[in-house]
Design a protein around this ligand. Structure first.
Ligand code: NAP
Length: 258
């Protein structure tokens, strides 16, 4: 069988948190195009339903939209149960939901700091743990966490200490789980995007004014697009990446090289 055929995900069942829009939506569309059924998991259920309906209409797969706050363990457990109820298994989990707050470190309140860590790091832990429990029983699975280049470098000029710390945490959480699950055939990897044009960046009142500065610093002179993360998502979800675990894939147009 040729490589393009072996990269297909026909019959697999995947979930994508933060799947309603932005990077999560692009990932969901890509894996659906490759043949995977998809659960769109998001706190914004209206947008999640729209995305799930759009994918089911355009592609030959089944979808489900599930309202979930990834910081709430009960929500996460119920979400996994709904997927198992509908599809009977879970092959792939993209733990992608995340937020950013741009507040100087000396002014950030404990609640603000905790909110970012809760969604970006604890949310990834809760989702990947719940997915892993199913996958370990099944004897196979692939977990892909969205980290960031901010887990490797400190972005400038915006102050975002909680975000950077949360994403560094995601990278180490990924590697730690990868080691624990390796012999049991459950793989765990992360994707670390650079600046990508989504609501989080393009429509944030704090970040939008900085785009010109980022583009000036960027070796490619521009931000990335969500679709530029689609191929790595399909690769990591599928069986051609069976030897790939514990890796972090930086896709940032060389932004973090200097
Ligand atoms: P986005 O457009 O803001 O989408 C994030 C989605 O996650 C939204 O639908 C959001 O819903 C949802 N969400 C927020 N809190 C949630 C929670 N507690 N439980 C479940 N869903 C929740 O962001 P994006 O740019 O696509 O980012 C996706 C991931 O990529 C994040 O982890 C982000 O840190 C990471 N990333 C982004 C960039 C970038 O430049 N865009 C770069 C590197 C890494 P609401 O709208 O209702 O909040």
């Amino acid at each position: 069988m040729g490589i393009m055929e072996r990269m297909r995900l026909d019959g697999k069942v995947s979930l994508v948190t933060g799947g309603a829009r932005g990077i999560g939506k692009a990932i969901a569309e890509a894996i659906a195009e490759a043949g995977s059924h998809v659960a769109i998991v998001d706190i914004d259920i209206d947008e999640a339903k729209k995305t799930a309906d759009e994918i089911a209409k355009n592609l030959d797969v089944q979808t489900i939209a599930i309202k979930t706050d990834v910081t709430n363990q009960e929500d996460v457990d119920k979400m996994i149960a709904s997927i198992l109820n509908k599809f009977g298994k879970l092959d792939v989990a993209f733990c992608n939901a995340g937020i950013c707050m741009n507040i100087p470190a000396e002014e950030m309140t404990l609640d603000q700091f905790k909110k970012v860590i809760d969604i970006n790091l604890t949310g990834v832990f809760l989702t990947s743990q719940a997915a892993a429990k199913v996958m370990l029983k099944q004897g196979k699975g692939s977990i892909i966490n969205t980290a960031s280049m901010s887990g490797h470098i400190v972005n400038v000029p915006q102050p975002q200490c909680s975000y950077n710390a949360s994403k560094a945490g995601v990278i180490q959480l990924t590697k730690s789980m990868a080691i624990e699950f390796a012999k049991r055939n459950v793989r765990v990897n992360s994707i670390s995007p650079g600046y990508i044009g989504t609501e989080l960046t393009l429509n944030s009142p704090d970040l939008k004014p900085l785009i010109a500065k980022w583009n000036e610093l960027a070796p490619l002179g521009r931000m990335g697009r969500p679709d530029e993360l689609q191929a790595i998502a399909v690769y990591l979800a599928g069986d051609t990446s069976d030897f790939t675990t514990g890796s972090d894939f930086i896709i940032d147009g060389a932004f973090s090289c200097f």
